[in-house]
Design a protein around this ligand. Structure first.
Ligand SMILES: Cc1cc2nc3c(=O)[nH]c(=O)nc-3n(C[C@H](O)[C@H](O)[C@H](O)COP(=O)(O)OP(=O)(O)OC[C@H]3O[C@@H](n4cnc5c(N)ncnc54)[C@H](O)[C@@H]3O)c2cc1C
Length: 405
């Protein structure tokens, strides 16, 4: 296979980083990057933060806001082909069929189609319901975010909480409805989640936990306890669904994203690999259970791995044996950075090792997370980089230490 044809589907962070990594390994590869959005690859995290504020506040023209989001790339013009604004519709004998009928002959297909927001199943209030995943979503939501408007955010995960924080800054009245007892509970654990709840309330958010939405009326959201919330803007921030429909005939395990081995090779589909939010893989730093990880760091890590796998298959060599990336994520709320390393969601216990949770948003805090006797994660809340770096190094040492019985 002298000049392999590689089709990468999904022209966002994972797709772009895969194209770069493949070119670095196989400069002769013929790469086609396909994306259903009309835009060149851009960065999503600012959509719920600075870009949302700029779009809603009208501080900068739309084009200027988008320009800042564009992902910088090492790819030179002409090094790869790109088809934007067209979706992949299916896999036929290992090749990619596009929605417009074109068939892209492929020696390897890399799936980088990410996820999309889940929606509430009920009808109603269609003109005021929003989700946030894309730049177009952000623009539509920003247009509705006027100072003094009543916003109801359904779901207190990171995206819901970031939108709530941005909306408060813009002068909206915000109510967040969450069925769990605390916001961001799974990712942060009870104690830190409770502190985050206090932070949101301190900033004027009405946080209704243990509640869910029963129905939508024209201008109101009705909760399961009968309470009616006035709503000019409704945001559904309920989590995600992987974009795997186009892979239905691939033979891959699509039970939650694409199940891959530690080389990003799809189980059950010979020439298919998956990267980014879509890929479900085990991380030996923690255990052998495959999981999808929706953090910004994962596209880059999995892209390099997938490229090494393709290069090894083209040249007959073997990729490096272990794939054990350190997960990390951040979130910005009310000017405070939440920064996490490892897998705090797997922990059974939390220990505050710096600061005091009652001082959230005021003074730096660091919390370590353990499963049994083993450190599995660390989270900094407004912690300066040098401080959190120290605990990250401690976590890395603990995760890499041999486990003794
Ligand atoms: C609002 C927001 C804020 C975030 N904030 C943070 C943060 O603070 N910290 C953090 O760690 N992470 C954050 N993330 C997560 C981070 O942005 C994602 O982990 C990252 O974007 C995943 O990249 P990806 O390329 O795998 O998927 P995506 O970025 O979802 O890209 C997938 C692309 O594939 C396209 N596609 C889907 N189906 C098809 C098809 N059939 N054919 C062609 N193209 C298709 C999609 O339209 C999309 O363009 C945030 C995400 C969002 C949405």
């Amino acid at each position: 296979m002298a000049d392999p044809r590689i089709t990468i589907v999904g022209a966002s962070l994972a797709g772009l980083r895969t194209a770069e990594a493949v070119l670095a390994e196989l400069p002769q590869a013929r790469i086609m990057l396909v994306g259903d959005e009309p835009h060149a690859p851009y960065n999503r995290p600012p959509l719920s933060k600075d870009s949302m504020e700029a779009l809603a506040g009208g501080q900068a023209p739309r084009a200027e806001v988008f320009e800042k989001l564009l992902l910088r790339s090492k790819i030179m013009p002409g090094q790869i082909e790109m088809r934007l604004g067209v979706a992949a519709a299916g896999i036929e004998s290992g090749n990619v069929r596009l929605e417009d009928g074109a068939l892209l002959r492929s020696d390897f297909v890399v799936a980088a189609t990410g996820i999309r927001p889940r929606r509430m199943p009920m009808q109603g209030a269609a003109d005021r319901r929003h989700v946030l995943r894309s730049f177009d979503d952000a623009e539509a939501l920003a247009q509705a975010m006027r100072p003094g408007a009543q916003m109801v955010v359904i779901g207190a995960g990171f995206i819901g909480c970031e939108i709530a924080a941005t909306a408060r800054k813009l002068g909206l009245h915000v109510t967040v409805v969450e069925p769990a007892p605390q916001p961001m509970l799974r990712a942060l654990g009870h104690r830190v989640a409770a502190a985050m709840a206090a932070l949101h309330r301190r900033h004027g958010v009405t946080l209704l936990t243990g509640r869910s939405v029963e129905t939508f009326e024209a201008e109101r959201v009705i909760l399961d306890d009968g309470k009616a919330l006035e709503a000019d803007v409704i945001v559904e921030a309920l989590g995600s669904r992987p974009n795997t429909e186009w892979l239905a005939a691939s033979g891959a395990d699509l039970s939650d994203g694409v199940l891959v081995d530690d080389r990003m090779q799809a189980i059950g589909a010979q020439n298919l690999l998956a990267v980014g939010d879509l890929a479900r893989f085990a991380n030996p730093l923690f255990d052998d259970l495959p999981r999808r990880v929706e953090h910004w760091c994962v596209p880059g890590q999995t892209a390099k791995r997938a490229a090494a796998t393709i290069a090894a298959r083209v040249s007959g060599g073997a990729p490096a044996p272990d794939f054990a990336p350190m997960p990390s994520f951040w979130s910005d709320q009310y000017g405070m950075r939440v920064q996490a390393f490892g897998a705090p969601a797997l922990a059974e216990t939390q220990t505050v090792v710096e600061g005091d949770l009652t001082q959230i948003g005021v003074a730096p805090i660091v919390v370590e997370y353990a499963r049994g006797d083993h450190l599995v994660g660390v989270i900094g809340l407004g912690a300066p980089p040098a401080l959190i770096a120290r605990y990250r190094a401690r976590l890395m040492d603990a995760l890499c230490a041999p486990v003794t019985a």
